[in-house]
Ligand binder design. Structure first.
Ligand SMILES: [Zn+2]
Ligand SMILES: [Zn+2]
Length: 235
């Protein structure tokens, strides 16, 4: 991805005169996730059943999620976190390719079954010093695009990141959870009866999303769902 790319070019093949930043051919060739567990977004075998029907039932859950249900109602993910989606997400997060907010946000919104549509979209918060460094909040942009498309509200200030959790990768799972506990707080008032959706770029273990879901449920959210651009698959 070169730096002086024009707004009317496809980010992947540089085809010109495009209205969107990804041309239809490149979009089709991306590593789409396909049928996946509604609890953890790991792939499930394809079946004849329509996996976009939006049922919250056991058939759409993997063995692990049936035994040990996550605190959220569902996860929607567009892609496997693989080339070139990994590059696109890093271009979006770190290199100011903000047109990707429109592309990914519209795709995520359009993929949601009607019964999963939230009242309120909440981006996973950035720590304030990262926001200052980067100058933009990529998941807030994504949530904003989704909100406009779905006719929902979005709020990027209610969830607060109390500590920087950037060092997560160096910790074992137990230490990760300890490090994350109380790293987030909901400060946006009651969520009583509201259907909430957390928006993030990549879901890896789900530990961060789990820690974010609990304060929302404690604030009265009727349901919490997750939407992410991509899901990391185990090796
Ligand atoms: Zn292209
Ligand atoms: Zn699962």
């Amino acid at each position: 991805m070169v730096d002086n790319i024009k707004a009317s070019q496809c980010l992947l093949c540089l085809a010109r005169g495009r209205r969107h930043c990804l041309c239809p051919d490149c979009l089709r060739d991306l590593p789409w996730l396909g049928r996946a567990c509604t609890g953890c977004a790991l792939p499930l075998p394809e079946t004849a059943a329509d996996h976009r029907a939006g049922h919250d039932n056991d058939e759409d859950r993997c063995q692990d999620c049936r035994l040990n249900a996550p605190p959220w109602q569902s996860v929607s993910a567009l892609f496997r976190y693989e080339f070139p989606v990994d590059r696109l997400i890093s271009a979006f997060k770190y290199h100011g390719r903000l047109a990707l907010a429109d592309a990914f946000g519209s795709l995520l919104a359009d993929q949601l079954p009607p019964s999963w549509r939230p009242d309120l979209l909440l981006p996973v918060p950035l720590h304030e010093h990262r926001l200052r460094q980067r100058g933009y909040h990529q998941t807030a942009l994504l949530a904003g695009v989704m909100a406009r498309r779905l006719g929902s509200a979005s709020d990027w200030r209610g969830l607060r990141r109390l500590r920087d959790t950037a060092m997560q990768k160096t910790l074992d799972p137990q230490a990760r959870l300890a490090n994350l506990s109380e790293a987030f707080a909901w400060q946006g008032g009651t969520l009583a009866g509201r259907h909430v959706m957390l928006v993030d770029d990549v879901m890896t273990t789900g530990a961060t999303l789990r820690t974010l879901t609990l304060p929302l449920l404690a604030a009265g959210a009727a349901s919490v769902r997750i939407a992410v651009i991509a899901r990391t698959l185990p090796p």
